[in-house]
Ligand binder design. Structure first.
Ligand code: SF4
Length: 62
């Protein structure tokens, strides 16, 4: 699974980390890090993060 985040759109509220903690990690209030190529088992959580993100900053692809 490929995960991308548009950092220009991300507002670092951390909803993605709540639904997909194995993929996303808010380092601090302005710094999001994430696994750009998580295992297939993380797909469902990553797709939930796409839906939860208030700024539509996350993209999940194959
Ligand atoms: S949910 Fe979206 S806006 Fe919030 S930290 Fe994650 S990527 Fe950024």
């Amino acid at each position: 699974v490929k995960v991308a985040v548009d950092l220009a759109a991300c507002e670092c509220h951390g909803q993605c980390e709540i639904v997909a903690p194995t993929v996303f990690k808010l380092e601090d209030e302005t710094n999001l890090s994430w696994d750009a190529a998580p295992p297939e088992s993380a797909r469902e959580d990553a797709e939930a993060a796409v839906v939860m993100c208030p700024t539509q900053a996350i993209t999940v692809a194959d």
